[in-house]
Design a protein around this ligand. Structure first.
Ligand SMILES: *Cc1c(COP(=O)(O)O)cnc(C)c1O
Ligand code: SF4
Length: 331
């Protein structure tokens, strides 16, 4: 495996799927892009299902369950202009492109992301930066996409420098899967682009301990060296991390790499993702099984997107407040 695999045929050639599966998975690929980096290909071959399920396409993706929807987080009504999502008063998303290093099979933006998708034109990017400059209630710009670390270091540096020059932007944040999926992109030029005077929070998406390779350990160490604060975000996924041991392993591995678990997301109901669904009650029980036994540093907030653009909501709180659930034993 030398280059990124972008088709069912590539995956079959690498021995990650059977040749007989190629025709059905070609159909899937027409709707949802495939991308598996050589590093992840190697890790899939080594570790099997917890990684394979996240990245290898399945025929069920073309079946949309009744409760699933194209824009599950309802970003569209909160889009004042292309590339910007402003749902919460003090922070807004900037989506400079929609390409990713890998295409996760459970992605909540799967109807939008893809390899040739959504790179903002110069004029669109200028308009978006101008929106941040003239919206003083926004104190935090969150770069997401797609994956902002898929930009060239030069372009990323230009965007970050422009944002850091806006006085009311106290904090910058980037959400990325590159540190685990394609850590080779974190080279000297990328590190320089990420070295800022303004506080930068880098939120790394990973769902299983086995995603952390020697290469990603080196990249995370270097990213930490830029002064960025490293956070972890994960999605609770059936067959990937839906056991106490898998979650404990994931969060402890993050901590060993200086990544503080921030959010554990309940799966958003994007089309063709039903095989990943874990009920909320089960998610709460899983987290409760860690509480007390595992360091509090490993404890993320378990969140769910409310329907119709209601925003993120921490799960567990309402159970505790109503007294309906058994409060977790601390100690
Ligand atoms: C998730 C999200 C954010 C960030 O929310 P935090 O709770 O601060 O991590 C900001 N804007 C939008 C539209 C989001 O979906
Ligand atoms: S990296 Fe993030 S945005 Fe890209 S496919 Fe995966 S979950 Fe979706």
């Amino acid at each position: 495996m030398q280059r990124t695999m972008r088709s069912a045929a590539d995956l079959a050639e690498a021995g990650l799927i059977a040749a007989a599966e190629v025709p059905a998975l070609d159909q899937v690929a027409q709707r949802y892009s495939i991308s598996v980096t050589p590093l992840l290909g190697r890790l899939i071959a080594e570790h099997g299902p917890p990684l394979a399920r996240q990245y290898l396409p399945e025929p069920e993706e073309l079946v949309t369950a009744p409760h699933e929807m194209d824009d599950p987080t309802a970003d569209a009504p909160f889009t004042p202009l292309k590339g910007v999502v402003h749902r919460y008063p003090d922070r807004a998303l900037l989506k400079p492109l929609l390409a990713c290093p890998v295409y996760c099979r459970f992605c909540f933006r799967r109807e939008a992301v893809g390899p040739d998708g959504g790179l903002l034109t110069e004029a669109e990017l200028e308009a978006a930066l101008d929106w941040f400059a003239r919206t003083p209630q926004v104190r935090e710009a969150i770069l997401t996409g797609g994956d902002p670390l898929m930009l060239s270091p030069r372009r990323l540096e230009r965007i970050l420098t422009r944002l850091a020059a806006i006085p009311h932007l106290e904090v910058l944040r980037i959400h990325s899967r590159v540190p685990v999926a394609d850590p080779g992109r974190i080279d000297a030029a990328m590190l320089q682009a990420l070295t800022l005077d303004r506080p930068l929070y880098l939120c790394v998406h990973a769902n299983h301990a086995a995603e952390f390779s020697t290469e990603s350990a080196i990249a995370l160490r270097a990213l930490h060296g830029t002064g960025a604060v490293l956070l972890g975000q994960s999605v609770l996924l059936r067959g990937v991390n839906d056991s106490p041991a898998a979650l404990e392993g994931l969060f402890r591995t993050m901590l060993r790499h200086r990544v503080k678990p921030y959010y554990l997301h309940q799966l958003d109901p994007a089309p063709g993702t039903a095989r990943f669904h874990v009920p909320v009650e089960e998610g709460l029980a899983l987290l409760r099984s860690l509480r007390g036994r595992v360091t509090g540093l490993a404890w993320p907030t378990y969140v769910q997107e409310r329907p119709a653009g209601g925003g993120k909501f921490p799960l567990g709180m309402e159970v505790l407040l109503s007294g309906a659930g058994q409060p977790p034993r601390d100690g």
